[in-house]
Design a protein around this ligand. Structure first.
Ligand code: NCD
Length: 408
């Protein structure tokens, strides 16, 4: 869908629907796809929501595997429902004890087996970098449904759809992220992606023990139009926020139980506290909530967390059908971009680059004896994996693990 038009300077552009194909793509982080493709997924999800019947046979004959080595309710059920609602079928396991992992099988081997059975895989694993390992093992598209405390791209798709529905935009926002910013993988994915849309001020609210990892801070620092502040005090900043993203303290990632018990109830958002927020602040939470949001907040129109759940399913429908290359019946893109002759120079109407983001490539010259110090990194439990590192974007003397981004 392309037609030429003139802008005010009389320059010829093509007006293109952002229908770039995602067929065959794996998604470990949203950095694996272009900003234009993220917008296309948002556009498709809107269509799917109002055309449930029309899309019900999009993935007829397809099979999704959900390989969940870690507990999950909504993420797994939402991946599965998404495929069922598109006409496909689902196999899988929930819990590592139910899979051959309990016999010592590696992630690569499991994937090399399962990829013979299915067309697309959604995988959740407690080790950071596990999804990356899976994508290296097979050519079947693998979607990361959470790898340890690292990344959770499809939760970010749900978050983006919710923010877009509430504000009509993904930039010019003050976004507060509150709670466990160290282990909260949803926070890392969301910050990384919002940086791509630009003009976001992040307010990082956490106890000192649970601050945002350096590789995520580096991403904000590398984005000229974005900025951040760190604070321990939610009430000091609540009035300035457009989005308040609450998170659970991730009990399962702590090695020190006493520390978890001390930190778990640091922030409890109540209706009374929310009175200090703006009338249109959107309160998000990836769920499950433990104590972070009192139930009296649920009735407040600013509570957006159950909307996020619905958006998660719609975005997973958009993503699953797209990586399978299956067209949604009757879908005509409604989101258009102006593409100049050189596509890498493409910007949308808000001046947002539509190109691929920075993608980290292995530095083959990295010192041979480098080790990833992260005990949660898959390279430290599956010892046959080849260690790989990339050079830090801002400091050429620093290497980071290609699997989990930790400084080596
Ligand atoms: C999150 C996760 O698993 O990272 N939940 C989810 O996928 N909706 C957040 C959490 O478990 O706290």
């Amino acid at each position: 869908m392309t037609n030429a038009f003139y802008d005010s300077s009389n320059q010829v552009f093509s007006r293109c629907a952002i229908a770039q194909s995602l067929a065959g793509k794996s998604v470990v982080t949203l950095d694996d796809i272009s900003t234009a493709q993220i917008r296309m997924l948002l556009d498709k999800a809107r269509y799917i929501d109002s055309h449930r019947k029309e899309v019900a046979h999009t993935c007829d004959g397809r099979v999704l595997a959900t390989l969940f080595y870690e507990p999950s309710t909504r993420t797994r059920l939402s991946f599965e429902t998404a495929m069922l609602r598109l006409g496909g079928k689902v196999i899988g396991f929930a819990g590592a004890q139910l899979s051959s992992a309990s016999k010592g099988e590696t992630v690569s081997d499991t994937l090399k087996v399962v990829s013979n059975y299915v067309d697309v895989v959604a995988m959740r694993h407690p080790k950071e970098g596990a999804a990356f390992v899976a994508t290296q093992a097979v050519s079947t598209p693998v979607i990361n449904a959470g790898d340890g405390g690292h990344m959770h791209p499809t939760q970010t798709l749900a978050d983006l759809a919710t923010i877009l529905a509430r504000f009509g935009r993904l930039n010019n926002l003050t976004v507060g992220l509150c709670g466990d910013l160290t282990y909260g993988r949803t926070v890392h994915s969301l910050i990384e992606t919002l940086c791509r849309f630009g003009n976001v001020h992040f307010v990082l609210i956490s106890p000192d023990e649970l601050k945002t990892p350096q590789y995520v801070i580096d991403r904000i620092n590398a984005t000229e139009s974005c900025s951040y502040e760190e604070t321990r005090d939610l009430m000091e900043v609540i009035g300035s926020l457009d989005v308040l993203y609450m998170t659970r303290v991730q009990e399962e990632r702590f090695t020190d139980r006493d520390q978890y018990l001390r930190l778990r109830d640091t922030y409890i958002l109540t209706e009374e506290k929310l009175q200090k927020a703006k009338p249109n602040t959107a309160v998000l939470h990836p769920l499950p909530r433990i104590n972070e949001i009192a139930v009296d907040v649920d009735a407040d129109p600013r509570a957006a967390y159950f909307e996020q759940v619905k958006n998660g399913m719609l975005m997973r429908m958009a993503l699953e059908s797209s990586v399978l290359g299956d067209e949604l019946l009757g879908y005509e893109p409604t989101d258009f971009v102006n593409v100049p002759k050189d596509e890498s120079q493409a910007y949308d109407a808000n001046g947002i680059s539509l190109a691929n983001p920075r993608v980290h490539k292995e530095d083959k010259n990295a010192p041979k004896d480098l080790k990833c110090p992260n005990i949660r990194c898959i390279t430290n439990s599956e010892l046959s994996l080849v260690k790989k590192f990339y050079k830090d974007d801002s400091d050429a003397n620093v290497y980071r693990c290609l699997y989990c981004d930790e400084e080596a």
